[in-house]
Ligand binder design. Structure first.
Ligand code: XMP
Length: 460
C-alpha cells in the first residue's frame, strides 16, 4: 500500500504551506520518503563520536558514556542512525558536518526546509534563529506581545467561569502564583486560593507566601495549617516513593476539606504548563518514566470541579514573562523550583520535626550566603540535605557525635540533566563554618559534586 510513498510525500509537501521538517526520524517527517535512496546507516558510534550530534532524549545516555566535557558543547545534534548522503530532486544542501554531507537542505521555491538535527533543543547553537527565519518565511511578523495574551486569557477565563466561584491551590512557586495573579485579574474576588502548610516548607516560607499573596496580590487566601497531619502520616516512613505517595494523598484530602468551606466554587484553576501538559501524553522512551514523579503535589482531575488551565500553552520562561507583565516581583519570579513533597525528599530516611528544623536552619544559611554573594540566580536550585549519618567531631574542649548535612547546588536548563555548581572553596568554607557554628546538631558539612545523570537533583 505504501509503494508510492515518495510520490505521495512529494505531492503532500507541494500542497502544504511552508514546511520545516526536523529530525528525519522515520516517524515524524514527511521528508523521509523522499530520502529513501539517500540514507545510509551510520557505523555504530560514528554520528555520536565524530559529529557530536544527538537527539535530546539521548543526552542522558551520552553524558554517562562520554562524561561532562564532550557533551556540554555540541553545536548540532544529529539523529543518530541514518545519514543523508544525497538530495531529492529540486533541493540544495545548506549545511554539512565532517561526517554527513547533508544535514540541512532546502527548496526555497517550494518553501520546504529540512534539518537533520533539532533546532529546538537548547544545545543547538543559533537554533532559535533558524526557527525565527522559518517563521519569517511563513510571513509571521513576530509582533505578538504578552499583553495580548493577558487580554485573551482574561476574556477566556471570564467567559468560561461566567460569574461563578473559582478555586486554586497555591504553593508560593512561580507557576501557581502567576496563574493565580492572572485568574485574579479576570475574576477578582470570585477566586479563592488555598494554601496548605504541610510542615515541609523552607524556613519562614509559609508566612512569607501567605503575606505576599494576600498583601501583594490581594488574593483571598484560605491558609490551612496541616503540619501535624502530614508529620503524623510520615511517621517512621523511610522509602522516598512511599513518602511521595503519602504527601500526594494527604494534600488532596486537606485541599478537599478546605474547598468545602468555600461556597459556590465550581471551577478549579491550575498552573499546568505546556511541558506538563505534553508530559501527560504517553510517549515512548525513558523520559516518560523519569518524569512521572514530578507531578506529585498536584490535584487529580476528578475532584468534581471544572478545570481552568490558563498557562497550558506556555513554557516556563513565558510564564515568568507573563508574571512580569502582571506586575509580580522579580524576587518571586526568579525563585528556584521547589519539589511538591518539599523537605521530605531532602531529609534522607525518617522525617521528624527536629530533623526538619535543623535542615531548615542549614538551608537558610546556604540560601542566605548564596544571595549575599549575588549568585542565587546563577544556579537552578540550591539546598541542604539532612543525612541520617552521625560522626565524631570536636567542638571547644569536647567531642560531639552529631549529624552530617550535604549541600547541593546545580545548574540545569530543564531539570532533566544538571551539573553541580563550581563554588569557590572560600564560599564553601564560609558556609560550612556558619552551619556548624550556628546549627545545633550538625557537625559535618559536605558538598555534593554529582551531576545528573548519574545522580538526581534531589537526594530522594
Ligand atoms: P530529580 O531529583 O529527579 O529532580 O533530578 C528533577 C526536578 O524535579 C524536582 N522534583 C520534584 N518536583 N515533585 C515535584 O513537584 C516531586 O516529587 C519531585 N521530585 C523532584 C526537583 O526539585 C528538580 O527540580
Amino acid at each position: 500500500a505504501y509503494e508510492n510513498l515518495s510520490d505521495i510525500s512529494d505531492r503532500l509537501l507541494r500542497a502544504l504551506p511552508p514546511v520545516l521538517t526536523v529530525g528525519h526520524e522515520e516517524w515524524d517527517s514527511p521528508i523521509v520518503p523522499l530520502l529513501e535512496n539517500e540514507m545510509v546507516k551510520d557505523e555504530p558510534g560514528q554520528a555520536a563520536v565524530l559529529d557530536r550530534l544527538l537527539d535530546l532524549l539521548l543526552t542522558a545516555v551520552l553524558k554517562a558514556w562520554f562524561g561532562k566535557k564532550d557533551t556540554s558543547s555540541p553545536e548540532w545534534w544529529r539523529y543518530q542512525g541514518d545519514r543523508v548522503v544525497g538530495l531529492p530532486p529540486g533541493f540544495a544542501a545548506t549545511a554539512r558536518t565532517t561526517n554527513a554531507p547533508t544535514v540541512a537542505f532546502e527548496d526555497p521555491e517550494r518553501k520546504i526546509y529540512a534539518l537533520q538535527f533539532h533546532p529546538e533543543v537548547s544545545h543547538t547553537l543559533s537554533g532559535n534563529r533558524m526557527l525565527k527565519n522559518f517563521l519569517q518565511v511563513c510571513g509571521a511578523r513576530g509582533d505578538w506581545k504578552m499583553a495580548a495574551f493577558i487580554d485573551e486569557a482574561v476574556a477566556d477565563i471570564r467567559r468560561r467561569v461566567d460569574g461563578q466561584g473559582i478555586l486554586c491551590a497555591i504553593s508560593g512557586g512561580v507557576d501557581s502564583s502567576v496563574m493565580a495573579a492572572l485568574v485574579e485579574r479576570a475574576v477578582g474576588e470570585k477566586l479563592t486560593a488555598v494554601f496548605v502548610d504541610n510542615g515541609l516548607l523552607r524556613q519562614g516560607e509559609a508566612a512569607r507566601v501567605v503575606r505576599s499573596l494576600r498583601r501583594g496580590l490581594g488574593l483571598n487566601v484560605v491558609a490551612v495549617d496541616a503540619r501535624r497531619e502530614f508529620l503524623a502520616a510520615l511517621d517512621g516512613i523511610h522509602d522516598p516513593e512511599v513518602k511521595r505517595r503519602i504527601i500526594g494523598r494527604m494534600f488532596i484530602t486537606v485541599f478537599e476539606r478546605a474547598a468545602e468551606t468555600v461556597e459556590g466554587a465550581a471551577f478549579l484553576a491550575q498552573g499546568t504548563l505546556y511541558p506538563d501538559a505534553i508530559d501527560t501524553i504517553p510517549v515512548k522512551g525513558p523520559s516518560a518514566t523519569i518524569k512521572t514523579h514530578h507531578n506529585v503535589g498536584g490535584l487529580p482531575e476528578k475532584l468534581g470541579f471544572e478545570l481552568v488551565e490558563p498557562l497550558r500553552f506556555l513554557f516556563k520562561d513565558e510564564v515568568r514573562e507573563l508574571g512580569r507583565a502582571l506586575g509580580l516581583p522579580a524576587e518571586l519570579l526568579n525563585r528556584h523550583p521547589f519539589p511538591g513533597p518539599g523537605l521530605a525528599v531532602r531529609v534522607v530516611g525518617a522525617v521528624t520535626w527536629a530533623r526538619l528544623e535543623t535542615l531548615r536552619q542549614a538551608d537558610a544559611i546556604l540560601i542566605g550566603e548564596l544571595r549575599a554573594a549575588g549568585w542565587y540566580e546563577r544556579v537552578a536550585q540550591a539546598f541542604a540535605v539532612s543525612l541520617p549519618v552521625q560522626s565524631v567531631g570536636v567542638m571547644g574542649d569536647g567531642r560531639t557525635y552529631d549529624f552530617a548535612c550535604a549541600l547541593r547546588a546545580v545548574t540545569s536548563v530543564d531539570g532533566m540533566t544538571a551539573d553541580y555548581y563550581p563554588f569557590t572553596h572560600e564560599f564553601l568554607g564560609e558556609t560550612a563554618t556558619r552551619i556548624i557554628n550556628e546549627v545545633k546538631g550538625i557537625n559535618r558539612v559536605t558538598y555534593d559534586i554529582t551531576s545528573k545523570p548519574p545522580g538526581t537533583i534531589e537526594w530522594e
